[in-house]
Design a protein around this ligand. Structure first.
Ligand SMILES: [Mn+2]
Length: 310
């Protein structure tokens, strides 16, 4: 795999020195078939329109530097170490660091790096699975354990959960656990979850959080889950109200016979970046101004209640 730049953006927006964003692909297979995730995501990103309608921005102009993929899979523990090291390296260069996996165990390394760098970190986990096992099959570096360390060392908030085992219920903080079946009938979860967050928030997004109908290609699909626009509504609010310090997207398990999921993760990544940088100016000399003057023949608006922020 080696895509030259994220989404085939021009080189001038892909240089490390000037890029505000760093994207680290981690095609770590784990035990579930997610090794091809980053490659499918990058390919789909190249086929996507990069202008974000909602925010009226082209976020890639903030600069996105694509690193070489992290390929260390000599052991799950060594992979986590390698991910931790590279994530921390780019955080220290004051980049907005994003990671695309890969098995969810990759996040043990990303969360550790952010938690060591940012004060009183909230980890917002969107996931079908709690991933709160201390060990699984003898290892602490397994997707089933992805959030255990975060549960002990950060303010962990879990959203979309609908699969866990009895032992995990002894670890979970019920107040900060948003079960999918409750979310489906009461949308107050969004405000409640945001109220529980500290200012610094790292988002770990396991694509299994999404409803199985819009994301059939997750590592361990579960029926139920979040739909597209409620997911965006929630993320939009989190980015608007909190200091999101970085994010990862994990657990994507592409199927070459159904590439709709590839398009979803490509758009999801671009959306999250767009929400992060929507108010930041692009410093460039690029001229994208057209003569936009036209005669407005009809002053009626499309919707009656135009109370959105964008
Ligand atoms: Mn997970």
């Amino acid at each position: 795999m080696k895509t030259k730049t994220y989404a085939a953006i021009p080189e001038e927006f892909a240089k490390l020195e000037s890029a505000k964003v760093v994207l680290i692909p981690v095609p770590y297979e784990g035990t579930v078939g997610t090794g091809k995730g980053p490659e499918a995501f990058l390919k789909a990103s190249e086929n996507m329109g990069l202008y974000d309608v909602e925010t009226n921005t082209e976020v890639y102009k903030q600069g996105v530097y694509l690193t070489d993929p992290v390929l260390d899979n000599s052991s799950p523990e060594n992979m986590v170490k390698a991910v931790h090291e590279i994530t921390k390296k780019y955080i220290k260069r004051n980049k907005f660091v994003t990671i695309f996996g890969g098995d969810h165990s990759v996040s043990i390394g990303t969360i550790r790096a952010f938690n060591e760098t940012f004060d009183s970190l909230t980890v917002l986990q969107l996931d079908a699975h709690a991933n709160l096992n201390k060990k699984h099959n003898g290892s602490a570096y397994n997707s089933a354990c992805a959030a255990y360390e975060a549960s002990q060392t950060t303010n962990l908030i879990q959203v979309g959960i609908r699969s866990l085992n009895a032992i995990e219920t002894t670890v979970m903080d019920e107040e900060k656990m948003y079960f999918a079946h409750e979310m489906a009938v009461d949308d107050s979860w969004m405000d409640n979850a945001i109220d529980q967050m500290t200012d610094n928030v790292f988002i770990t997004f396991d694509v299994s959080a999404l409803d199985i109908s819009i994301m059939p290609n997750s590592a361990s699909p579960e029926p139920g889950g979040l739909f597209w626009y409620e997911t965006l509504d929630f993320l939009k609010q989190v980015f608007a109200e909190k200091n999101v310090v970085g994010f990862d997207i994990m657990g994507f398990c592409p199927n070459e016979n159904n590439t709709a999921s590839d398009a979803l993760v490509a758009r999801l990544y671009n959306k999250m970046l767009s929400y992060k940088f929507k108010d930041e100016d692009v410093d460039d000399s690029y001229d994208n101004s057209y003569d936009n003057t036209f005669v407005n023949k009809n002053s009626n608006t499309k919707f009656e209640n135009d109370d959105e922020d964008y």
